[in-house]
Design a protein around this ligand. Structure first.
Ligand SMILES: Nc1ncnc2c1ncn2[C@@H]1O[C@H](COP(=O)(O)OP(=O)(O)OP(=O)(O)O)[C@@H](O)[C@H]1O
Length: 226
């Protein structure tokens, strides 16, 4: 599903240039559950940003489902993000001025579904995540765990093939964190390809493969026996 060839990302701040990712080669099969780990500053978030087409590499190639997306114009990248990639962040990134249902529907706004089908899909994902009774609430009225479930509902509403999660349990207590991890596992079992950045060795162990980065390079790439 994903093929990175010699992917490099350099950040420039004034005179200082940082190589956040250094000529990475990585192949991710459809249906894999990959945990990305490594010390602070090793390039994990940079990698996720590139995979999610939120950022462009300085050099190298990115093939997504066989399509070279490295040189695509922003409009085309945005269309791929909307239809094929879901994002879950540590900080939930929900809009508090909107209801839970409206937050989830945001993910479908520029997609192919007409309004009525969008509302049905929103009801369906909220039901699945046990949030139906919270549809009319605002995010600030919910617990952290519930907010992260809303964020996951939004991320999967368009039924993306690829789900990217950056420290999805970073702001949660351990019970809510475990619940989110269970949910991600379930989504992966149903076929969603999952790439998750985590600092937790315990959570990384739940993935089927772990990639450990150091200084922008892959230090260890290990497949976990089922
Ligand atoms: N926008 C930016 N401008 C300049 N340097 C950046 C930028 N983003 C990241 N970097 C640098 O690139 C390197 C990799 O950063 P990245 O955020 O990918 O690391 P990380 O592994 O996700 O770290 P953490 O675990 O602390 O979130 C770091 O040295 C960081 O300082």
């Amino acid at each position: 599903m994903i093929e990175l060839q010699q992917l490099t990302k350099r950040h420039r701040a004034g005179d200082v240039e940082t190589t956040a990712l250094d000529a990475i080669d990585l192949h991710i099969e459809a249906g894999e559950y990959l945990a990305v780990t490594g010390p602070s500053g090793c390039g994990k978030s940079t990698l996720l940003g590139l995979l999610g087409l939120l950022d462009r590499p300085t050099s190298g190639r990115y093939l997504l489902e066989g399509e070279d997306v490295t040189q695509h114009p922003e409009r085309q990248l945005a269309a791929i993000r909307r239809g094929r990639i879901g994002f879950v962040f540590q900080s939930f990134n929900l809009v508090d001025e909107m209801t839970v249902a409206a937050n989830v529907q945001l993910a479908l706004r520029y997609g192919p579904l007409p309004e009525k089908a969008q509302r049905l899909r929103v009801a369906e994902v909220l039901e699945r995540l046990g949030l139906s009774h919270r549809a009319a609430h605002h995010p600030s009225q919910l617990s952290g765990g519930q907010q992260q479930r809303v964020a996951i509902a939004r991320a999967i509403a368009a039924r993306p093939a690829l789900l990217l999660a950056d420290e999805p349990t970073g702001n949660l207590d351990s019970a809510h964190g475990s619940e989110v991890m269970r949910l991600l596992r379930e989504l992966n079992d149903e076929g969603t390809t999952l790439v998750m950045v985590t600092h937790s060795a315990e959570h990384a162990a739940l993935a089927s493969r772990t990639v450990r980065l150091l200084d922008g390079r892959v230090l260890v790439d290990a497949t976990v026996a089922a």
